[in-house]
Design a protein around this ligand. Structure first.
Ligand code: SAM
Length: 223
């Protein structure tokens, strides 16, 4: 999969230079390029933002550098283009798996107060929010999206590891334990030690239902 990220702060992306995503990049499973769209402004001072029409606080990123940049790097509109914004449908695991089937993604990170709507209307296929809160910029959101999507690209993670994960079948995952058997007086549940796979599966299902129902209850109380 090819992923192009448009940002004013390419130096923020060290978060996807390590661990599994690093290996996926090295193995050629995922190719990530960072494009600083400031390079596409025609302003001699490289200014990319201005005050909002209609008043209001902060600065808005102008349409021109974004549109010029996209027309230069994706002239035939081959990439599925995503603008990250809190004013959008929230990312889900289902959408993550669907996006992992795309060959080519282009992601725009906004900053400051946001982006001139005309750039979004002209160039983008989809808007995505990573959650119901506001970040200072789209860079961390882009890393979240890339990390979540890259895990589902063929060959990045062993297939079986993805099967029963939280949010995959409408359920959350059961608790996990590893060595030692006792830690600070707390024991690993006996059922996980007896080698009875039927009982272990039953325990995992029960625990999974328990945590799923607990989280649902908390979510309901919040709303
Ligand atoms: N004024 C905007 C609003 O109220 O919707 C918020 C702008 S935010 C400070 C700056 C940029 O951060 C956005 O353009 C977007 O790219 C990114 N951003 C912030 N929160 C986000 C979220 N929850 N999901 C995705 N992107 C987000």
């Amino acid at each position: 999969m090819k992923i192009t990220i448009l940002t004013l702060f390419p130096q923020m992306f060290s978060g996807i230079e390590h661990s599994i995503i690093k290996r996926a990049r090295e193995n050629g499973k995922v190719e990530i390029s960072l494009v600083d769209f400031r390079e596409y402004t025609k302003d001699k001072h490289k200014k990319v933002d201005d005050i909002p029409y209609g008043g209001g606080n902060g600065m808005v990123i102008m349409a021109e550098p974004i549109v010029e940049c996209i027309e230069a790097i994706d002239p035939k509109h081959q990439a599925h283009r995503i603008f990250l914004t809190p004013a959008a449908p929230t990312l889900t695991q289902k959408r993550v798996t669907q996006l992992s089937q795309k060959k080519n993604l282009l992601i725009l990170c906004g900053h400051y107060e946001g982006v001139d709507q005309r750039a979004i209307d002209l160039c983008f296929d989809e808007t995505i929010s990573i959650g119901e809160y506001v970040l200072t910029g789209g860079e961390i959101a882009a890393m979240v999206l890339v990390d979540a999507v890259a895990r589902y690209v063929d060959g990045v993670i062993t297939k079986g590891s993805l099967d029963n994960e939280s949010h995959t079948n409408g359920m959350l995952e059961h608790p996990q334990y590893t060595r030692p058997r006792e830690y600070r007086g707390m024991q690993v549940p006996e059922v996980l030690l007896n080698g009875n796979h039927k009982e272990i599966e039953k325990w995992k299902t029960e625990q999974s239902e328990k945590i799923t129902n607990f989280v649902k209850l908390i979510e309901k109380e919040k709303s």
